[in-house]
Design a protein around this ligand. Structure first.
Ligand SMILES: Nc1nc2c(ncn2[C@@H]2O[C@H](COP(=O)(O)OP(=O)(O)OP(=O)(O)O)[C@@H](O)[C@H]2O)c(=O)[nH]1
Ligand SMILES: [Mg+2]
Length: 329
């Protein structure tokens, strides 16, 4: 997914694109059998070049911006949050329209110029084309500016795969989330930026035979009461929902994290409400410090106690996730 979004080129403004197209075209000169023939061929060459450059550039934008068809998914939700999906689609639609218009205007102009035997009419047809093509680009100038800023934001979105069964780790700060994510991950987890958190999200992978699972730690997102968040933060959390197949909720009964067990239970309930229908595995951390008789799964990243049991529980839950052909963006 990231690879796809990284390929988006910088988006030129309407004026920049016009400058580029007209600048290149002005270098075109084609010889002819006489003055009229030369003028005609040169004008045809310039109109063709302008049309080509503008159309190719616009088509490249349409092709490289991520196509968002299925909206109820992680990536579209994020795009919606950071740029606004309606405007995104409208602007891409406007660019597509401008590309089609360019093609039509160019064909019309070429036809008129080819037919013309009078240099004055050739000039008129050419100027008409220049004027119209400028006007088309001016009409989409706001869309181009929007897409340029959208590109910068989309490029910063995290590169997580929607195709891989994913475990998301939740729990208050300091309960031991990051440590268990490292324990469970095959390699050192990577940090990816995530809008609305300063820390980014931490992505690890678990390899189980031929299968690969994703483990995601989300500092700043699932470590506060859902209800305490502002609307955008809530959406940022909900976007995660599309990515989350199983939640590992970590509780620290030793309370060395700085949160009472009561508060932690309240957070768990809040996560349960926010992620209805998602399997939530609750595990108590830091069993080297304190073990309760709650009957919950417990483990210690410090001593390694029960980390294997936790891993197996998590892997079994992830194995039950069948993504089929779904999950692609
Ligand atoms: N004794 C003991 N300490 C642990 C254990 N797991 C984590 N810790 C300690 O608890 C502190 C917090 O651990 P982290 O893994 O950073 O906690 P976190 O939940 O990722 O915290 P945030 O990133 O702030 O949300 C660190 O000092 C860890 O060393 C454990 O199993 N036993
Ligand atoms: Mg952490």
């Amino acid at each position: 997914m990231a690879a796809k979004t990284l390929k988006i080129p910088t988006v030129l403004s309407a004026d920049e694109l016009l400058d580029k197209a007209f600048g290149r075209a002005s270098k075109v000169t084609i010889n002819g059998t006489d003055a009229l023939d030369k003028m005609k061929k040169t004008t045809l060459g310039r109109v063709t070049a302008i049309g080509d450059i503008i159309k190719d550039t616009l088509d490249k934008y349409v092709d490289t911006f991520p196509r968002i068809e299925k909206e109820e998914d992680f990536f579209p939700e994020l795009v919606n949050l950071v740029v606004g999906l309606d405007q995104y689609k409208r602007s891409l639609g406007a660019v597509r329209w401008a590309s089609t218009r360019t093609e039509i205007l160019r064909s019309e102009a070429l036809r008129k110029i080819r037919r013309s035997k009078d240099p004055r009419y050739i000039d008129i047809a050419r100027n008409e084309f220049y004027g119209r093509i400028s006007s088309v680009l001016r009409q989409i100038s706001k869309d181009l500016l929007f897409l340029q800023s959208a590109r910068d934001k989309i490029r910063k979105l995290p590169s997580v795969s929607a195709k891989v069964p994913t475990l998301v780790v939740a729990g208050f700060p300091n309960v031991g989330k990051s440590r268990i994510v490292s324990e469970l991950s095959t390699a050192e987890p990577q940090v990816a930026p995530y809008p609305f958190t300063t820390k980014g999200i931490i992505i690890g992978h678990m390899d189980e035979g031929w299968r690969r699972f994703q483990v995601i730690d989300t500092p700043g997102l699932l470590d506060r009461d859902f209800e305490d968040r502002n609307a955008i933060e809530k959406q940022a959390v909900l976007a995660l929902k599309y990515l989350t197949h199983v939640i590992l909720f970590i509780m620290d009964p030793s309370e060395t994290c700085g949160y009472t067990l009561e508060k932690q239970k309240a957070l768990l309930e809040s996560v349960q409400r926010g992620f209805e229908g998602v399997e939530i595995i609750v595990a108590e951390s830091k069993s080297d410090i304190l073990r309760t008789d709650s009957g919950r799964l417990f483990f210690s990243s410090e001593t390694g106690e029960n980390v294997d049991v936790l891993r197996k529980t998590v892997v079994d839950a992830l194995k039950r996730i069948d993504l089929g052909e779904e999950g692609d963006v």
